[in-house]
Design a protein around this ligand. Sequence first.
Ligand SMILES: NC(=O)c1ccc[n+]([C@@H]2O[C@H](COP(=O)([O-])OP(=O)(O)OC[C@H]3O[C@@H](n4cnc5c(N)ncnc54)[C@H](OP(=O)(O)O)[C@@H]3O)[C@@H](O)[C@H]2O)c1
Length: 268
Amino acid sequence: MNEKDRTIVPAGTLQDKVIIITGASQGVGLSAGYGFAKAGATVVICARRGAIVEAVAAEIEETGGRALGVECDVTNEESVKKLISITVEKFGRIDGLFNNAGVDTEKVALCDVAFEDWKYVHDVKIHGSFLTIKYAIPVMIANGGGAIVNNGSTVAHRAFTPAPYASSSQAAIIGLTKVAAATYAKDNIRVNMLTTGGILGIEREETAYEGMLEPILKTIPQGRMGRPWEDAQVAAWLLSDYASYVNGAEVAVDGAHLAGAGNAMIGR
Ligand SMILES: NC(=O)c1ccc[n+]([C@@H]2O[C@H](COP(=O)([O-])OP(=O)(O)OC[C@H]3O[C@@H](n4cnc5c(N)ncnc54)[C@H](OP(=O)(O)O)[C@@H]3O)[C@@H](O)[C@H]2O)c1
C-alpha cells in the first residue's frame, strides 16, 4: 500500500461496476481511483493531465485491477462525449460516476473577481458536472440503472467570502444533485453528493498552509484535517449497493465543521 492508496473500502464493495472518476490526477480523485479499483470496480480515471491518469491506470492494472486513464477536460462538451464513448466502447456500460473535478481558487473578494475567473470556476464545477451527468445517464438507463456522486463543499452552505465563486458554484451542485435524483430515480439511478470540507491533499503537507492551518483547525470540531481517502471511501459507499435507498442526499465529510459552524471564536 502506498500513501495514495489508503481507502478503507471492503473488497467486493464495487465488484464489477464500471465507474468514471473525474479529477483523478491528484487528491480525492486519485485516492478514489486506487480505492474503487481495490474494491472491485473497473475505473475510468480522467483529468486534463492525461499522462498522470494513464500512469495511474497502468499502476492499477499491474497490481491486478482494471483501469483506463483518459485525458478529459470536463468544461469541454466534445471531450466529455469522448470520455463517455471511450468508456462504453471499452467496457460496454457505466454503473457509476464520481464527479470530483474542481479548481482551487484564488482568494479574492466578490467585486474583485475577474468575470473570466468567475465563469471558469463555474465551468469546471457545475457545468462540468452537468455535462458528465447529461451524457452518462442515458448509458446508465440503457444498462438498467446506476449511481452518481457529486463532490460538493461545505462552502455551499455559508458565505465563504475569500472565494465567492467557490460558494456560488458549490451551491449549484446541491440543486443539480437534487434535480438529477428526483428526475431519474424512476430509472433506478441514485444521485447523491458529498459536502466536503477540510481535506488535506496527498501532495500538500500541513506545512504548506504557512500559518493558516491553526485558524482552519479551530473551525473543525474533530481537530484535524481530513485526508483524501476519507472522502473517497464515502463516495465508494454511496456508489455501492449498500446505499441502495440513499438518493438526493448530502453527506457531510468535514469533521463536523458545518455542525459546529460559528464555534471557532469560543474554541472547540
Ligand atoms: N480539499 C478540500 O478540502 C475540499 C473542500 C471542499 C470541497 N472539495 C471538493 O472535492 C473535490 C476534490 O478535492 P481535491 O482537494 O482533491 O481537489 P484538487 O486536489 O484541487 O484536485 C482537483 C482535480 O480536478 C482536476 N481538474 C481540474 N479542472 C479540470 C477540468 N477542467 N477537467 C477535468 N479535470 C479537472 C485536476 O486535474 P488536472 O489538473 O489534471 O485536470 C485534479 O485532479 C473538489 O473538486 C472540490 O469540489 C474539496
